[in-house]
Design a protein around this ligand. Structure first.
Ligand SMILES: Cc1cc2nc3c(=O)[nH]c(=O)nc-3n(C[C@H](O)[C@H](O)[C@H](O)COP(=O)(O)OP(=O)(O)OC[C@H]3O[C@@H](n4cnc5c(N)ncnc54)[C@H](O)[C@@H]3O)c2cc1C
Length: 361
């Protein structure tokens, strides 16, 4: 048993995953979140949870790539650990991603391919394979005859994020985590989590994982902002995809990620806006028409949900772990949260477990 009592503000992907790892390591954990555990309006619940270290390299850098590569090794292990002993099921696949483009967008696909070959370390370049029409049809039979070819990104994966978040909640309860649900945190201080209700909870170590909710805690020379993203979730029995498909688009990188139960997540817009309002008609049409253009049978898809949320982002678009004034911060997961979470959380958990209780308080 580790005697540390760790208080975590924010039970999104970062805070919840960290709480589970620390409880497994024998710590006492108190977790605070302004929302109920199943609330859908956070980045963690809205995400498509594509695990795409290769494709994301086109819009990120070697730091995110390295975190993603390490996380791709941790994800299967952590999911096994979470499910061991009758834990909740979590859908996870690692069968690569397909990238396609309609004829007018072939230049975008060529640019994307060139960018990946340029930015990828030489040892990883063989993971990017060009497919002709026959190779594409073999890889994803539902798309046979619809595109002249495409790219296959080996080793990429996807996760059902709602299942991951729900399974973590069950595991945290089982391991005795103290979950302060629906309790907004006003201030995270050294050794204290102060709630909006005025109640202050003493802890040995305080962690701030509130996503955009901790915007005010980030300094002016490294500001945290919200970047709006919108996704569409549909159910469609007429199409079967084995793996996520990215569709080159001049404005966004759109993707269609298959989920259990004939469901598909279509995402995501990326807007420099902190608007938390519902999905706009324009975004709905763009996501819907991209889906329909992939396969006409999607015309009969049932719309299950439209979600919008803010991705917490720093200027360099890298995730960050920081210790300021005795408080640990994990934030800036931006559009790579699921891709990077295991490596990041593992790093922070090791730092926290190395904390001396005498120093902590
Ligand atoms: C549309 C969309 C699609 C995405 N797709 C992908 C993808 O395919 N792959 C990928 O890797 N990443 C993706 N992401 C990014 C990923 O979802 C985020 O990086 C990640 O979820 C951020 O997690 P977080 O825990 O840091 O923040 P959040 O999810 O924002 O969680 C923060 C938590 O803190 C709580 N909180 C906030 N303020 C307070 C307060 N004052 N008191 C108490 N609690 C508070 C909130 O209620 C919330 O539960 C996507 C994001 C979006 C929006």
């Amino acid at each position: 048993m580790n005697p540390l009592h760790i208080g975590i503000a924010g039970a999104g992907l970062a805070g919840r995953t960290l709480a589970w790892r620390l409880l497994r390591a024998g710590c006492r954990v108190s977790l605070f979140d302004a929302r109920p555990r199943g609330a859908l309006d956070t980045a963690s619940m809205a995400a498509a949870a594509m695990l795409s270290p290769l494709a994301e390299l086109a819009v990120s850098d070697e730091a995110v790539f390295a975190l993603g590569q390490r996380s791709m090794q941790l994800w299967p292990r952590w999911i096994d650990e979470l499910q061991a002993g009758g834990g909740e099921p979590v859908y996870f696949r690692q069968e690569g991603t397909l990238v396609v483009a309609h004829a007018p967008d072939q230049a975008s696909l060529a640019h994307f391919t060139g960018l990946l070959q340029h930015k990828l370390p030489p040892a990883c370049r063989a993971q990017v394979r060009t497919l002709d029409a026959a190779g594409l049809a073999q890889c994803e039979p539902a798309l046979a005859g619809r595109f002249g070819g495409g790219l296959f990104l080996a080793g990429e994966g996807q996760l059902a994020n709602d299942q991951w978040m729900a399974a973590l909640a069950v595991a945290i309860d089982r391991l005795g985590g103290q979950w302060h649900e629906g309790e907004a945190v006003e201030q995270v201080e050294k050794g204290r989590i102060v709630c909006n209700s005025g109640v202050a909870h003493s802890v040995d170590v305080a962690v701030d994982a509130r996503g955009v909710g901790s915007r005010a805690q980030w300094p002016a020379d490294n500001p945290l902002r919200g970047v709006r993203g919108e996704v569409l979730r549909v159910e469609c029995r007429g199409v079967t995809l084995r793996r996520p498909v990215r569709l080159m688009h001049p404005r966004y990188q759109l993707y269609v990620a298959p989920r259990p139960g004939h469901q598909f997540v279509v995402g995501a817009t990326e807007l420099e806006s902190e608007d938390t309002g519902p999905v706009t008609l324009r975004s709905m049409l763009e996501l819907g028409s991209a889906l329909h253009s992939l396969h006409p049978a999607f015309g009969e898809a049932r719309v299950l949900r439209l979600s919008a949320a803010l991705r917490p982002a720093l200027d360099d678009h890298r995730p960050a772990i920081a210790l300021r004034d005795g408080v640990w911060h994990i934030n800036g997961l931006y559009r790579h949260g699921y891709l990077c979470a295991p490596a990041l959380v593992d790093e922070l958990a090791h730092k926290l477990l190395a904390t001396d209780t005498e120093d902590a308080t």
